[in-house]
Write a protein that binds this ligand. Structure first.
Ligand SMILES: CC(C)(COP(=O)(O)OP(=O)(O)OC[C@H]1O[C@@H](n2cnc3c(N)ncnc32)[C@H](O)[C@@H]1OP(=O)(O)O)[C@@H](O)C(=O)NCCC(=O)NCCS
Length: 334
């Protein structure tokens, strides 16, 4: 997800009345969802290819992925999904959901369909749920209203900005090398992520194996400094975006974790990403979530802020530790 443009709602209220919302098996509705998502987002945005959407909707986890499909007769007009992820918050691993792939066809907007789907999916949701949404957007409103209706809290916890790396920066005099890591090496490196202020992405082995099966191209990377000490890592993804000029592949850093010398490690990860998946046009690496990295380290590594931002929010019972303690996360944005 890069940016949203909420188009003019052209739906008549009456149109919403003929729409049915029901729970569906996410994986077997992936093509329908992908087609709807492609019709719902204006560039620049992620490319919602059928294989990518299917991969996300079949993401494994202790909690099963779930989805609501809205239909008007035989026509699919709305979709929303809960996708499982695992995070580590204050010494405890929590199985959570990320609510995403939330879309209503432009011809049906403003008729309450988004709000109805949000209400339905959250009504029986039994996990704390994170979501990324544009500030004051229809999706934020629909989700906040639905969370409150369920007796949950809806808390905006951070504004995430997408950064772009244009191939310079970093302390070249400090040696650090990023390389592809095995699932075991990556998991061992995650043990260093213990700052209690962050909800750290902490995938299970099964989830890591799924991450590297991302049809767009993806690998796990760690950065090693002097004496082969691990000073960071990230999920390196060949993300696909749609711009005004068509579809493009852009290497991207997700689930970034850094310690010790963050600017050096971040620059090493960007260089690795560029080398692994050279960009189609200008060599750029994007990083949609550097929330856990200090601003000066981001700048020194050669990353610059883009205009793309979104709110990270958490929904759940106020008493839930994940809801109470999550102030930010390094989880990937989707
Ligand atoms: C977000 C989206 C799914 C909402 O679907 P929808 O059926 O149009 O939404 P609803 O008619 O149920 O309206 C939901 C709320 O947003 C408000 N709203 C509707 N259109 C709006 C707009 N253009 N801007 C701001 N608020 C808007 C409604 O008043 C309602 O608020 P309320 O619950 O306080 O009354 C739809 O706009 C969409 O597909 N957008 C593009 C994709 C996207 O941004 N997805 C979200 C990513 S997380």
């Amino acid at each position: 997800m890069l940016t949203t443009s909420d188009q003019e709602p052209v739906a008549a209220r009456s149109r919403g009345e003929t729409v049915q919302c029901s729970e569906v098996d996410p994986g077997s509705h992936a093509s329908t969802a992908a087609e709807l998502l492609r019709a719902s987002w204006a560039p620049p945005c992620l490319l919602y290819s059928d294989p990518y959407v299917k991969w996300q909707l079949t993401f494994p986890g202790p909690a099963q992925a779930r989805a609501i499909l809205a239909t008007d007769g035989a026509r699919a007009v709305g979709f929303v999904a809960l996708i499982p992820r695992s995070i580590w918050v204050r010494g405890r691993v929590a199985a959570i959901y990320v609510l995403s792939f939330f879309a209503v066809h432009p011809e049906y907007r403003g008729a309450g369909i988004g709000a109805k789907m949000a209400r339905l999916i959250l009504k029986t949701c039994n996990r704390p749920t994170l979501t990324y949404a544009d500030v004051n957007s229809a999706s934020e409103k629909a989700l906040a209203t639905s969370a409150f209706a369920r007796g949950w809290t809806f808390k905006r916890i951070a504004e995430l900005r997408t950064y772009g790396f244009a191939g310079s920066g970093g302390h070249r005099d400090v040696p650090a090398l990023a390389r592809q890591a095995t699932v075991e090496e990556f998991l061992a490196a995650l043990d260093g992520c213990t700052s209690t202020a962050v909800a750290w992405s902490r995938p299970t082995v099964e989830q890591l194996e799924h991450y590297v099966a991302d049809p767009r191209g993806s690998c796990l990377a760690i950065v090693q400094g002097p004496n082969h000490v691990t000073v960071g890592g990230a999920l390196v993804v060949r993300s696909q975006v749609v711009t005004a000029h068509g579809a493009e592949s852009v290497p991207s850093l997700d689930a970034v974790f850094l310690n010790g010398t963050p600017a050096v490690a971040l620059a090493a990860l960007a260089a690795f990403a560029l080398n692994r998946w050279p960009a189609d046009g200008t060599p750029v690496v994007t990083a949609p979530n550097l929330q856990t990295v200090q601003a000066d380290a981001i700048r020194m590594a050669g990353f610059r802020a883009t205009r793309s931002t979104f709110n990270l929010s958490v929904m759940g019972p106020e008493s839930d530790p994940t809801v109470r303690h999550t102030t930010t996360t390094n989880l990937e944005v989707f």
